[in-house]
Design a binder for this molecule. Structure first.
Ligand code: PEP
Length: 253
């Protein structure tokens, strides 16, 4: 049985007080309203990890993720945050390879492979993001492109390691644009990614990996997306900043 996951990605939003307020609202709503068996993850800026980690420490339904980690373990790397630092805050997930990091920080598949390794060694669950640009989609090469992202960043992992990894398919043309991939487009890619994982690791492992959809997911379209057989939840940007919308998405399964 695959884990259903709804993960928020706050990106560069929320001061300390705003972040605590948002996380508290979500925690309270989950206590009162959670209808389904779903794991919720709050992907916060680094400054919030510790406070939100404490707030969510008593429930295994609500988890905390960093939005990135360093390729280094420690040392003279000013401004970087290591996986062990993240772990020490109480966070247990880390988003790796978001398209905004790939684009603005030129992160390569090879660097992301290092980050995934470091995260798994620290017992953090990587949420590994992949997805194609509009140009690539229009050229018809999106399947091959996204498969290559997985091959180059994940397929060196052992079976035990890949089992602990979550994949998020996020077509770049749908992120923050209001344009959602249709449920058929998303399902087609999720199915293709799952069979790519099956070719490398076998059907049983592929069947148990959670693959999340990301890209303008909101309360009005979450149910249709999450109803697709290979979509196991969502990575949510904009709509994760409003507790009501985020909770409605959580309850969309
Ligand atoms: C994201 O940044 O991962 C994302 C899916 O953003 P949005 O939901 O705003 O499109």
């Amino acid at each position: 049985m695959r884990k259903k996951i709804v993960a928020g990605n706050w990106k560069l939003n929320n001061t300390m007080d705003e972040g605590i307020k948002l996380a508290s609202e979500i925690e309270n709503m989950m206590k009162d309203e959670l209808r389904t068996d779903v794991t919720v993850v709050l992907g916060t800026p680094f400054i919030h990890l510790s406070a939100v980690g404490k707030l969510t420490a008593n429930t295994d339904k609500l988890n905390v993720a960093a939005q990135d980690c360093s390729t280094h373990g420690s040392g003279a790397y000013t401004g970087e945050i290591s996986v062990s630092m993240i772990k020490s805050t109480g966070a247990n997930y880390v988003i790796i390879g978001h398209s905004e990091r790939r684009e603005y920080h030129h992160e390569t598949n090879a660097e992301l492979a290092i980050k995934v390794d470091l995260a798994l060694k620290e017992d953090l669950t990587p949420i590994f993001c992949c997805g194609e640009s509009l140009d690539i989609r229009e050229s018809g090469k999106h399947g091959a492109f996204v498969s290559e992202q997985l091959t180059e960043s994940l397929f060196h992992l052992s079976e035990a390691q890949i089992k602990k990894t979550v994949i998020a398919y996020e077509p770049i043309w749908a992120i923050g644009t209001g344009v959602t991939a249709s449920s058929a487009q998303a399902q087609e890619m999720h199915k293709a990614l799952r069979s790519h994982v099956a070719n490398r690791y076998g059907e049983t492992i592929a069947d148990n990996i959670s693959i999340l959809y990301g890209g303008s997911c909101k309360p009005s379209n979450a149910n249709e997306l999450f109803s697709q057989p290979d979509i196991d939840g969502g990575l949510i940007g904009g709509a994760s900043l409003k507790s009501r919308d985020f909770m409605d998405i959580i309850n969309s399964f």
